[in-house]
Design a protein around this ligand. Structure first.
Ligand code: APR
Ligand code: PHB
Length: 385
């Protein structure tokens, strides 16, 4: 088998890259270990930055997003006794959209532009420093295959083989807490997301649609979700989110999914080695506070698709040569923002830290400059920043 770009991983990074390359006239083949159904059903992030929405729209993927997604002007930040709205539209002229990663994934599959081999195994990268790199794998029927390409794009997340195929430096941070997340069949109790600081731990009220809510609680690392009954979760959410505060009420409902998410940051640098390019979670992970993971993956593949079209179609390698530095500029900005939101909102062991957090929260909710800094990062800088 031969193609121009061999893409490993059919998450949003891999599928969107294949879609953007096809629109630019470059062929790609995507290899994915999981089944199409499994990939489509994974519950993941839910917030798209303005620039992600603009990119998806310009790539012909915006119709359902604009019909079924929900545009939010901002978020609420709160601590016991106080809730403040940050209006991103007023502060930066930009907004965010509630539209699940699952939906983005469905739209990419429906577009049908990517040739994907699902349920492959034994994926291995070869000769990434040579003119003709290749990927060997075993297909769904058990046949051994070799895919030759001009370029390999590693979009296989943090556990895929691409990261290990390059000599790179990894910067990382683990956090001493996790999130217990639930999906619930109940109308959200808020019009926009609530990020809540509370002495018991952080809580977040998010949503997927007018009938589906997504909520999270900070819990210790190693927490077993089985130890949290639905009643216990709703009681704790009510406490941390301020049920009763100024007449606000949290409405509980049937829980359809419950899981614990660890929190970590890592950045692998550089994001290119010879003819192997990394994008999305394969190159970096951010903790979910601030909703940057999916948006970073979209920004990476936007830059990478432009670079590969210029190189493989127009014989101009300049953007490909600049890809790692260009992508990492945004990666580090989002890495800092995600770390900052995380450490501002989660409760640790030190009461001194808690006072600093409250001081910071008061500053970002009362100072125009403070609010604007948070808003600019949350609503997202333009792709190419
Ligand atoms: N061969 C082929 N595919 C693989 C392999 C492998 N050896 N290992 C992993 N994969 C696949 C995974 O099954 C997954 O479908 O790579 C894909 C990676 O997709 P994601 O984990 O979704 O990562 P990415 O596409 O970079 O998406 C960015 O945004 O919301 C955040 O972290 C969240 O997934 C999200 C991310
Ligand atoms: C989500 O809806 O899953 C979500 C929203 C905002 C975040 C993190 C997760 O900061």
């Amino acid at each position: 088998m031969r193609t121009q770009v061999a893409i490993i991983g059919a998450g949003p990074a891999g599928l969107l890259l294949a879609h953007l390359l096809a629109r630019g006239g470059v062929d790609a083949v995507v290899l994915e270990t999981r089944s199409q159904e499994y990939v489509a059903a994974r519950i993941r992030a839910g917030i798209l930055e303005q620039s992600s929405v603009d990119l998806l729209t310009s790539a012909g993927l915006g119709d359902r997003l604009r019909a079924e997604g929900h545009e939010h002007r901002g978020i609420y930040l709160q601590w016991p006794g106080e809730r403040h709205h940050l209006d991103f539209l007023d502060l930066t002229g930009r907004t965010v959209w509630v539209y699940g990663q699952t939906e983005v994934q469905k739209d990419l599959v429906a577009a049908g532009t990517a040739l994907v081999h699902y349920e492959v195994s034994a994926v291995s990268l070869h000769d990434v420093l040579a003119e003709r790199p290749s990927v060997t794998f075993v297909d769904a029927d058990g046949a051994e295959q070799r895919l030759e390409a001009d370029v390999i794009a590693g979009c296989d997340g943090s556990f895929g083989p691409s990261r290990g195929a390059m000599p790179a430096r990894t910067f990382e941070r683990t956090y001493p807490y996790s999130w217990l997340g639930i999906l619930a069949e109940v109308a959200p109790s808020t019009d926009e997301l609530i990020y809540a600081w509370h002495p018991n731990g952080f809580a977040l009220h998010s949503m997927r649609s007018p009938t589906v809510s997504r909520l999270y609680l900070q819990v210790p690392n190693g927490t077993d979700p089985a130890g949290w009954s639905d009643d216990r979760i709703w009681d704790e959410l009510a406490t941390r989110l301020g049920h009763g505060q100024d007449g606000w009420k949290l409405t509980p409902g049937p829980v359809t999914d419950k899981s614990v998410l660890p929190m970590r940051s890592y950045v692998q640098t550089p994001m290119r080695h010879g003819r192997l390019f990394l994008a999305g979670d394969a190159a970096h992970i951010v903790p979910p506070t601030g909703a940057k993971g999916l948006n970073l993956a979209i920004a990476d593949v936007t830059l990478l698709s432009r670079a590969l079209v210029a190189w493989l179609k127009d014989d101009d390698p300049a953007l490909a040569d600049g890809y790692s530095d260009d992508a990492l500029r945004r990666v580090w900005r989002c890495t800092h923002f995600s770390w900052w939101m995380t450490t501002m909102l989660h409760i640790g062991a030190d009461p001194f830290d808690a006072q600093l957090q409250l001081s910071q929260l008061k500053w970002v909710t009362t100072s125009h400059a403070g609010a604007q800094g948070l808003a600019e990062n949350y609503a997202g800088l333009p792709i190419g920043f």
